[in-house]
Design a protein around this ligand. Sequence first.
Ligand SMILES: [Zn+2]
Length: 362
Amino acid sequence: MAEFPVQPAVASRAPGLVGHAPALEELLASARAGRLGHALLVTGPTGVGKFALLEALARGLLCERGPAPACGACPACRRVAAGAHPDLHRVDPVSEGFAELTIHFIAERENRPSGAFSGVAVEGFLRLVAGEGGWRIVLIRDADRMNEETQNALLKTLEEPGPGVLLAMETSRPSALLPTIRSRVVERRLGRLGMGEVAEVLGRVAPALATDPSWLRLADGAPGRAVGLQACGAPQALELLGQALRGSGDAPGLVKALLEVEGEFPGRTDRARDRERVRLWLDLGLELVRDLQRLAAGILPEELVHGERLPGSAPAPAALARLLEAWLEARADLDLNLNPASVLERVLDTTLTTCSARSRRA
Ligand SMILES: [Zn+2]
């Protein structure tokens, strides 16, 4: 599933928590029974509403009538809505313009490089006494953006959280977290929403997408995914990637076009933003190849997320295996910090060779 920077505004603009009310009620019931624990990890597809659930949980715990769904009217609820509640701390690297959740978000370090996150660290927030005498809540968005150093710093907090503290994180890639972190959190997985629920959320946050069947399909059960993909210019990139799978074009030309697609990507430098951009194109390429596999297995194009972008017929099994291997390898190479443009060019080259040979045979 593609990893991409979902626009942070989605969570706050969709206060109804469509589809996840039962999960919220379950968590609030645990809190009422004193069984919530102090560390929670919500997992599930990108853009499905994981951070919206965490926000709703925080509101429900801090509300004067809580733990219960937030009333929205009491002074505590109003402070949360204004972003001014002293007992709620959000760690949201992407909305701060960072692609990485560096240690400066978590721990206080004396030698902070210039350009690093300079706001309040989790450590500093937790040293303060609860402003209103109840919960002190840290919400961490995109926890998989923490590198190992950052995760180890967070581990210290997870080991001795202090009274009344709740550390609640979300990620679509739990495998990116250290086993030592995962063993200390309670995991809760959110599933995809139905098409009607996706349309309901999009109707509030991006009405133009809500009425377009191809966007509803592209959302793949996660409304934030559609919004994020739109902001990243994904339709244009998918067009180019689909072209490669039909064996048409040349790799350097496609790379140039893919690097020039207009879109919003997190990162402080062009280099960081390019890496994020290529990471998304690789994830989407992998999605297309996986849909080709499904096509080969007999699933109808109209039942596939990318059905309309695929070649009319699937490649032979050996070619399909070669494609999948090439895209997985490219994704791994990018994680190894290889040059994004070269990684992209190599995988497109393999794709074009594999797919144009096929079309010549056909
Ligand atoms: Zn309230």
